[in-house]
Write a protein that binds this ligand. Structure first.
Ligand code: ADP
Ligand code: MG
Length: 150
């Protein structure tokens, strides 16, 4: 487990970028944190790290957004609005989770029963006592120790 602290959005972007540069094919990441905490900022950095040049936003109206122009295929899931894991069966999630690309799943706690056993967790938290822009970012599991190597 590794804990990072950032004091502005650019630092969170940079951390995401670093993970994206090192992440291995087949990695599935659960990205958790309250609304407005910086999940999209982190994901934008992550996509940059993969060499993706397309603009990455929250996949608000689709469950998964596919980005194919980077080092590895990148599948960005937002499962906030799904009723249950069956909806993910319908879009064939296993092809993404167990394929050669990398997945970031926002609100993965809603589908914990179908998350791969050894997934990575990126948890972003605020601590208002440390300032409005302070974020604590905890990264664990799923090979995160190797994937952060230089
Ligand atoms: P989420 O996707 O989790 O709902 P966003 O990434 O869309 O959140 O928004 C995060 C907001 O917080 C942005 O407006 C960003 O500028 C701001 N922010 C302030 N400090 C930080 C920080 N240290 N890391 C990331 N975002 C930050
Ligand atoms: Mg977002």
């Amino acid at each position: 487990m590794q804990i990072f602290e950032t004091l502005k959005p650019e630092e969170t972007l940079k951390l995401g970028r670093k993970l994206g540069e090192h992440v291995k094919a087949g990695t599935v990441i659960s990205l958790t944190g309250d609304l407005g905490v910086g999940k999209t900022v982190f994901t934008q950095g992550f996509a940059q790290g993969l060499g993706i040049t397309e603009c990455v936003n929250s996949p608000t109206f689709t469950i998964v957004q596919v980005y194919d122009d980077g080092r590895l295929p990148f599948y960005h899931f937002d499962v906030y609005r799904i009723a249950d894991a069956e909806e993910l069966d319908e879009i064939g999630y296993a092809e993404y989770f167990y394929g050669e690309g990398v997945c970031v799943v926002e609100w993965a706690n809603r589908i914990s029963e179908i998350m791969p056993k050894d997934h990575m967790v990126v948890m972003i938290e605020k601590d208002l006592e440390k300032g409005f822009d302070y974020r604590k970012i905890t990264i664990s599991g799923g090979g995160s120790d190797e994937d952060f190597g230089d």
